[in-house]
Write a protein that binds this ligand. Structure first.
Ligand SMILES: *[C@@H]1O[C@H](CO)[C@@H](O)[C@H](O)[C@H]1NC(C)=O
Ligand SMILES: *[C@@H]1O[C@H](CO)[C@@H](O)[C@H](O)[C@H]1NC(C)=O
Ligand SMILES: *[C@@H]1O[C@H](CO)[C@@H](O)[C@H](O)[C@H]1NC(C)=O
Ligand SMILES: *[C@@H]1O[C@H](CO)[C@@H](O)[C@H](O)[C@H]1NC(C)=O
Ligand SMILES: *[C@@H]1O[C@H](CO)[C@@H](O)[C@H](O)[C@H]1NC(C)=O
Ligand SMILES: *[C@@H]1O[C@H](CO)[C@@H](O)[C@H](O)[C@H]1NC(C)=O
Length: 369
């Protein structure tokens, strides 16, 4: 009966596969008296769904060096002479206060936004942004005398070029990023208590569908995860004044119409590294909690790395039904169901231990006789 053991291990591995949340939280977090509701909703959703890991892409303004501060602090830069809010790494106290709140949450991981302009942006500028993200460490918050952890735990490369000729450029950039973050982590360790380490580090490439399967495989191999689809759900973007958010021509999202090479990787071995992101989850077609659940269950059923659904554009977290709270809740449910193998009946990790243990004991007993 020993030959059953590997399949049991495979079953356990499948059971533990999980689809997490990849949140492009490209909003200004707030100021001393005010927190952006979109940012606050993200913090609440992360707290409410501890079984889901939330990758939170932070983006002061197409990167770490400019800021979209609505009050005009620092004139759009993350630094300004004589400004008491100036923080060398971390823009200003609004950023550092709210970013530290996310870093405190165990199931959240901050990723820095890196703009690459489809391989057209100057590589030195891209490297400068990567180095800046790696340098974010501890910084003052709005609480007098307090500093908090604003470190960044990976990168989101946006507008990744689809031309196979771009391969060396991205390989160089990701290699540089990995080295720079590793060096910076070592530096930070020297100045921290030894229990202050957080080893999370993730590199995501937002490429969308890549026609050339060889190049696509190269992208998957150089990164932790690759976005193969970012599109809208609604079939009528114009009705929602959202054509700018759903550049034509686009195929409205439905998990069931994702195919290898168009929304999913050519090679299914990369599914556990695949990310899909859906904007404008509004009708038509029907956009209710039920249809949201159907889509999220479908994405989880594909065994993808992570996903995100939003009722508005990429940065909106409070437009129903696809609020970040609902998306977190439905992901947690769908992951639980996928683990138990019974739709709607999540056993969770604890539930599996007796099953695996007892199945194993049974096999042992059988092989004994
Ligand atoms: C904070 O930002 C909000 C939104 O832009 C603005 O209404 C408010 O006046 C700002 N508060 C301060 C103290 O700057
Ligand atoms: C940051 O702002 C400066 C000054 O406006 C501008 O030259 C630069 O292109 C901006 N960088 C990005 C990444 O938008
Ligand atoms: C990436 O590919 C685009 C499209 O072919 C090209 O214009 C650009 O120069 C390439 N960039 C690099 C750095 O290879
Ligand atoms: C795909 O890209 C590879 C290089 O990564 C190249 O050798 C091959 O010719 C490309 N295939 C097509 C069909 O363009
Ligand atoms: C960069 O780091 C990521 C995350 O650890 C890893 O998956 C990837 O293989 C690394 N890429 C390179 C080129 O070293
Ligand atoms: C449509 O969207 C654009 C871009 O966000 C915005 O400037 C404009 O005010 C919107 N119009 C309406 C009628 O909502």
């Amino acid at each position: 009966m020993r030959y059953f053991l590997p399949s049991l291990a495979a079953l356990a591995a499948t059971a533990l596969a999980r689809t997490d949340a990849m949140v492009p939280l490209y909003v200004y977090p707030g100021n001393s008296t005010w927190t952006n509701p979109d940012w606050a909703a993200a913090v609440s959703a992360i707290k409410a769904n501890p079984s889901v890991h939330f990758y939170v892409v932070v983006n002061p303004n197409s990167g770490p060096k400019n800021t979209s501060d609505p009050t005009g602090f620092n004139g759009g830069y993350c630094s300004a002479d004589g400004d008491p809010n100036y923080i060398p790494h971390g823009c200003n106290r609004d950023w550092t206060t709210h970013l530290a709140a996310i870093n405190k949450l165990k199931n959240a991981q901050t990723l820095g936004y890196v703009w690459t302009q489809y391989g057209l942006r100057d590589a030195d500028d891209v490297r400068a942004d990567i180095a800046e993200w790696a340098a974010w460490d501890r910084a003052p918050t709005w609480t007098a005398g307090e500093t908090a952890d604003i470190s960044i735990h990976g990168l989101w490369f946006d507008e990744v070029g689809k031309d196979p000729n771009n391969q060396t450029t991205y390989l160089d950039l990701v290699t540089y990023a990995n080295e720079t973050f590793a060096e910076s982590k070592n530096e930070k360790r020297k100045t921290r208590r030894s229990n202050d380490d957080d080893d999370d580090y993730t590199v995501v490439l937002n490429a969308g569908p890549v026609a050339n399967a060889t190049y696509e495989a190269q992208l998957f191999r150089m990164a932790s995860a690759v976005v193969t689809k970012e599109t809208c759900y609604t079939t009528d973007a114009a009705a929602h004044n959202a054509t700018w958010d759903c550049p034509a021509p686009y195929a409205p999202f439905a998990y069931a119409s994702l195919t290898a090479g168009n929304g999913l990787p050519h090679d299914s071995a990369f599914l556990p590294q695949t990310v899909v992101i859906v904007h404008q989850f509004v009708g038509p077609p029907v956009a209710t909690m039920d249809t949201l659940q159907e889509q999220i269950d479908g994405v989880v059923g594909l065994g993808l790395h992570s996903t995100y659904f939003t009722g508005g554009s990429w940065h909106q977290t409070t437009v129903a039904p696809a609020t970040i709270g609902n998306v977190g809740k439905l992901l947690a449910q769908a992951n639980g169901a996928a683990r138990s193998g019974l739709p709607g009946y999540g056993l969770g990790l604890v539930g599996w231990i007796p099953l695996i243990c007892c199945a194993f004991l049974n096999l042992q007993a059988y092989s004994y006789y």
